[in-house]
Design a protein around this ligand. Structure first.
Ligand code: PLP
Length: 392
């Protein structure tokens, strides 16, 4: 049996099949290139769903992580560690937020944000002001509560009873927001809906909603699990909109490939949790934080300007490709709308043959390349993408 077949059989027999898989096993990678067990080469336009910000096995990142790994891998949040404290300081300095809570993934970060919003409102107004407004077509995670927060019916099945207190709004409809404001403690939004199909939310609406929420003391939670950490060409996407959120969540790309998430609290919410009210065993793990410190260190203004430029380059080339109707997104978060006869899943499958890893988001093909992708890697990936489009 070849290596792939062996791995595939082990997985099929032993891993719970709660998600789909492509018939490929990746063995190793460097920056935006990776290889499967047959030595076939792929350009990675996925970065592990927006996770490997600095690509595969970046030298500086590897050094930072292994240096920490050889000193202390974990101690629990009962004690102070240097990477955790330094990372929190860096995040606060670079965002203007006031405090950070570290978690392990996007859903858990959003759970923390939801708890914080409800506690803020409970402390100030008492019971009965616990409703959280989110947008239709959003995605906020897979726990029971973040499924409730997700504004898509397909996610509200099987796992009853769901957490109460979520209402879904149409993006762009300010009157609807106003009509649902009574009893609400927070509005939680993605600025570009990622899983929903790389759909940007209108800037005027975001600004008007932020202003309205501020007037009503409704907290604005921005879910930057996918849009954060340089993805759109700014450290956080909220900077593109000129708004000041009360809570920001980050995950995916923050650790450069290690599981880490953060809830950033602004002035109103920085003191909302007292000791014992919120925690998680692995939160602020020193190895993950050391990786994140390297990621943030590299994402300076010049690097972020390059991300925006690379995004523009990819967009221009993709717009000229066969079967492409439009391109959405910002920076290196790209959604490709196809002619209706062409299915995004078929294009992704064809990409595996032509040598490029791609994602879907609803009917679109989605690209989330590593932020460090080189122009040579982009051109190689674009060529394979064009071939996949012709085949798909
Ligand atoms: C991926 C994602 C999540 C969930 O993150 P997990 O780490 O899978 O729990 C939440 N919100 C957004 C916007 C995401 O893209």
């Amino acid at each position: 049996m070849d290596r792939f077949s062996e791995i595939e059989a082990l997985d099929r027999e032993n891993v719970a099949h709660s998600y789909g898989r492509f018939p490929v096993a990746i063995e190793k990678g460097k920056n935006a290139v990776c290889w499967d067990f047959d030595g076939k080469r792929y350009i990675d336009f996925t970065s592990g769903i927006g996770v490997n910000s600095l690509g595969f096995c970046d030298d500086g990142w590897q050094k930072a992580v292994t240096a920490q790994l050889s000193k202390l891998q974990h101690i629990s949040n009962l004690y102070y560690t240097e990477p955790c404290a330094r990372l929190a300081k860096t995040l606060c300095e670079r965002t203007g937020m006031k405090k950070v809570f570290f978690a392990n993934g996007g859903a858990e970060a959003n759970e923390g944000a939801i708890k914080a919003a409800r506690k803020y409102s409970f402390d100030k107004y008492g019971e009965g002001r616990s409703k959280i407004l989110t947008l239709k077509n959003s995605f906020h995670g897979r726990t029971v509560t973040t499924l409730s927060a997700t504004g898509q019916d397909v996610f509200h099945n099987f796992f009853f009873p769901f957490t109460e207190g979520f209402e879904f709004l149409t993006a762009g409809d300010l009157d609807e927001l106003k009509a649902h404001a009574d009893g609400a403690c927070a509005l939680m939004i993605e600025l570009i809906q990622g899983e929903g199909g790389v759909v940007p939310v209108d800037e005027w609406y975001v600004r008007a909603a932020a202003k309205f929420c501020q007037e009503k003391d409704i907290l604005l939670i921005v879910d930057e699990v996918q849009t954060g950490i340089g993805r759109t060409g700014k450290l956080f996407c909220f900077e593109q909109y000129g708004i000041t959120p009360d809570i920001v969540t980050a995950a995916k790309g923050i650790g450069g490939g290690l599981p880490l998430a953060a809830v950033l609290f602004g002035e109103k919410t920085e003191g909302v949790f007292a000791p014992g009210q919120h925690a998680t065993t692995f939160g602020g793990n020193p190895v993950c934080c050391a990786g994140a410190l390297e990621v943030l260190d590299r994402l300076d203004d010049g690097f972020l300007a390059d991300v925006a430029e690379k995004g523009g380059y990819l967009r221009d080339k993709i717009l000229k490709m066969p079967h492409v109707r439009s391109v959405s997104g910002m920076g290196l978060m790209i959604g490709i709308e196809l002619e209706t006869a062409v299915k995004s899943a078929d294009v992704v499958r064809a990409g595996l043959k032509t040598g490029v890893l791609l994602l879907t988001a609803k009917e679109k093909v989605r690209l989330l390349p590593p932020l460090t992708i080189t122009s040579g890697e982009m051109d190689e990936g674009l060529e394979a993408l064009a071939k996949a489009l012709r085949a798909g």
